[in-house]
Design a protein around this ligand. Structure first.
Ligand code: AMP
Ligand code: MN
Ligand code: MN
Length: 330
């Protein structure tokens, strides 16, 4: 559906914006990009952003200091935006959706069925920031907004490497870098750069990883005690699952970190043979075909066994479909 953001907000005195728990670059970029856009277009309106505290690497994006991470009680918002997830993944931010006059969901997760009054969910688009860019009036954009949107695009496309990068993505990115921000430094400092502790955890995780399903899958986990030892937070673990996926022969990589007694947050990355969105959705999570997540109960081995069954089924399905296709050539 087409959405005119400015039209929907024209009479609003109070506008709220929120995104998913453990916000990533796409989520932070979209929330701050939209906050800048609405604050500029409606200087009289009160525009607030509610997000779990994002990593410091995003602090150069304009509006970072406006983020409210303690989710205070608020009078109802006239319009409330849910970005980069469905409303049930907002964490404490969900309470604002229930009371808001008008709710708007902008997202790109295939698992999102639409959770607001107005929904723009485009699974064919690589990032929520790219969806948002399409909904913004180009003449209102400025350098700071362009930078916010660009950060979301690079994070969800792996700096324009993943298959969710399209010619249109690159055309938009080309227009964005035309605003003149320092994009090589942004890519280095927000995407590739790790703190020393992050690098140590990454190294340890790779070393302790286990391959299974004849080497097609790999799993590694970090327990609570280890996280505490390194004083690590979940946001320090970004990028580990991608590194596991980079290993030769791996069709599906799983990274898990312990969130409670017998509870793990699971991240999965895959190639074309495994649809991890389907696996994650089965366990109550979601995401995209090649990048998805969920939370599982049980021991490390319970979790791996449960996931393994579903991944194996998909690998077999892919093989039988390809065997059929290969034979039909003759
Ligand atoms: P992650 O592995 O946490 O980086 O997530 C990979 C992708 O799946 C991201 O697009 C997430 O937003 C999405 N995702 C992760 N966990 C969930 C969940 N529990 N429900 C829906 N989507 C998720
Ligand atoms: Mn996200
Ligand atoms: Mn996203």
């Amino acid at each position: 559906m087409s959405l005119n953001i400015l039209e929907e907000c024209r009479d609003a005195g109070r506008i709220g914006i929120s995104g998913h728990v453990r916000p990533d670059g796409d989520c932070v970029g979209a929330c701050l990009g939209l906050w800048q856009y609405l604050s500029k277009c409606f200087p009289q309106a009160e525009v607030k952003i509610f997000l779990e505290q994002p990593a410091d690497i995003y602090k150069e994006i304009k509006g970072f200091d406006e983020i409210l991470s303690d989710f205070p009680d608020e009078a109802p918002f006239d319009v409330f935006f849910v970005l980069d997830c469905a409303a049930d993944r907002l964490g404490d931010g969900e309470k604002y959706v229930q009371k808001a006059g008008k709710t708007i969901n902008i997202d790109h997760h295939v698992s999102n069925q639409g959770s607001c009054g107005i929904n723009v969910v485009r699974p064919d688009v690589g990032s929520t920031c790219e969806v948002l860019y399409d909904l913004m009036e180009p003449e209102r954009l400025d350098r700071e907004m362009a930078m916010a949107i660009y950060i979301g695009m690079i994070h969800d496309t792996g700096v324009f490497q993943y298959s969710n990068t399209t010619p249109a993505t690159l055309e938009k990115a080309a227009r964005l870098i035309g605003y003149g921000f320092d994009f090589p430094r942004l890519i280095q400092e927000t995407f590739y750069q790790k703190t020393y502790v992050q690098a140590q955890i990454m190294g340890r995780t790779l070393m302790e990883s286990i391959r299974f399903l004849e080497g097609a899958c790999i799993v590694s986990a970090i327990d609570k005690k280890t996280m505490e030892f390194y004083h690590a937070e979940p946001k320090d673990l970004d990028g580990i699952v991608n590194q596991l996926r980079n290993i030769e022969g791996i069709e599906c990589a799983i990274f898990m970190y312990q969130t409670g007694v017998l509870e793990y947050k699971v991240s999965m990355r895959s190639g074309e043979k495994v649809n991890v969105a389907e696996v994650a959705s089965y366990f109550g999570g979601g995401g995209h075909a090649r990048a998805a997540g969920c939370t599982l109960s049980g021991t490390f081995h319970d979790c791996v066994n449960n996931l393994s069954l579903h991944i194996e089924k998909q690998l077999k399905k892919w093989k039988s479909e390809h065997d059929k296709r290969d034979n039909s050539d003759f």
